[in-house]
Design a protein around this ligand. Structure first.
Ligand SMILES: [Zn+2]
Length: 411
């Protein structure tokens, strides 16, 4: 390369560099524009800033226009292809909410990288965007009560999911609700969520939780509708009553006595409830006879939060189905309904025979919330094989757990 050409390259660089500096140093307000809403029923747009100028068009009430310049009492606007001047008194500032989508973002005094820093805003900080100047946004930061400018590249219209390796807390839904695109009822509904669904909590804004479902889908749910699942069963006193025992064998199948299956179910359920923090009391933990009065009294004296009596049914060789009984509609029915639903959510091996009133001693003499479950018919040889299988036993136990968990979600 010749010296002359090297010099030319240097000159070229100098020119470009000074142009760049000129751009960076230009006055902040030069190209400032903002969105405004029309408040007049039909706003005239004129060719100049005054009523003496001719009308070039009109904009109807509620439309959003871009204000590109201002003179006393008049605003120069753009609305689609329409450009001109309107009386400023018929415009109100239209803002939108943005969120910081970078790890951190500097709030500056003016629309320039060289202007003073006012604050450093963390990810997902909410910003009220009032206007823009090329690649800069004029914002108000409610959490800091500050006005300033930020680079538009790092602002999103909805909060962003963080992607760090932090282990997020689990939350569970207390009542059915909608999952939304952003933290408020103004955001679009993504899906309808059912009671008992668990999520990872990955963010929070204005009392709304940003959550992630097990399938990876993220969205926002009102925080008061969610709770820590570890607290749901913690400290709850659960009395488990394995039906029959001792000389009272209960229903007799071809393979099993009812008393043995009920004890098996209860003993499998006990450690699961204990692991969740519940205090489990058994009316029997071995093959012994207990009176019905004794079983109910265990519930009453322990001030049980729930009493569950486990049974297997008997009628004839074709009888079939799962059913749960309650005595008091006010005290017991919600528990019975939740248990039936919980079991059905884990197994459909038995037809759903529903939740029914039942005048059983252990329910009638019980002062605590109580339910009696009949987990299928031992008198039906086909059903006996199904309900005595380890698969059904595990599903039934998990179903009773789910029913109890969902019952206590709001208690
Ligand atoms: Zn029984």
């Amino acid at each position: 390369m010749k010296l002359a050409s090297l010099f030319k390259s240097f000159l070229c660089f100098l020119v470009l560099f000074s142009l760049f500096m000129a751009y960076e140093g230009k006055p902040a307000e030069a190209a400032y524009s903002y969105q405004a809403k029309v408040t007049a029923s039909n706003l005239n747009v004129r060719s100049g800033a005054g009523t003496g100028y001719s009308t070039v068009g009109s904009v109807s009430q509620g439309k959003i226009v871009t204000v590109v310049a201002q003179k006393t009492g008049w605003s120069q606007i753009a609305y689609g292809t329409l450009k001109g001047w309107v009386s400023s008194q018929y415009l109100t500032l239209s803002t939108w909410t943005g969120y910081v989508n970078a790890t951190s973002l500097t709030l500056r005094q003016s629309a320039s990288l060289t202007s003073a820093s006012l604050a450093v805003l963390p990810r997902n900080t909410a910003l009220t965007v009032q206007g823009s100047d090329s690649t800069w946004l004029k914002v108000y930061v409610p959490s800091k009560k500050l006005y300033g400018w930020v680079s538009s590249s790092y602002v999103s219209k909805s909060p962003v999911a963080t992607t760090s390796s932090v282990v997020y807390p689990q939350v569970v839904l207390k009542q059915s609700t909608s999952m939304r695109k952003g933290p408020g009822t103004g955001y679009a509904i993504l899906s309808n969520e059912t009671v008992g669904t668990t999520y990872s909590k990955i963010g929070e804004s204005n009392g709304w939780f940003q959550v992630k479902k097990s399938n990876g889908v993220t969205g926002w749910i009102l925080g008061t509708l969610l709770r820590d699942p570890a607290t749901v069963l913690k400290g709850k006193i659960i009395v488990l009553d394995a039906g029959h025992g001792g000389y009272d064998v209960g229903a007799v199948g071809r393979l099993y006595y009812e008393k043995n299956l009920t004890l098996k179910t209860v003993l499998q359920l006990t450690p699961i409830l204990q692991k969740a923090g519940a205090k489990v009391v058994l009316t029997r933990s071995s093959d012994v006879y207990q009176t019905l009065a004794y079983r109910a009294s265990i519930s009453n004296t322990n001030l049980a939060n729930a009493f569950i009596s486990v049974h297997y049914n008997s009628l004839n060789s074709t009888s079939t189905g799962l059913m749960t009984f309650y005595y008091s509609s006010s005290k017991d029915q919600a528990l019975a309904t939740s248990l039936q639903k919980g079991i059905r959510s884990k197994t459909t091996a038995l037809p759903d025979k529903g939740v029914k009133f039942g005048d059983y001693h252990v329910l009638r003499e019980n002062k605590r919330p109580a339910a009696l479950i009949e987990l299928g018919f031992l008198s039906n040889p086909t059903e006996e094989k199904v309900i005595s299988s380890s698969t059904f036993q595990t599903n039934a136990v998990n179903g009773i757990y789910t029913g109890l968990f969902n019952y206590f979600l709001t208690r």
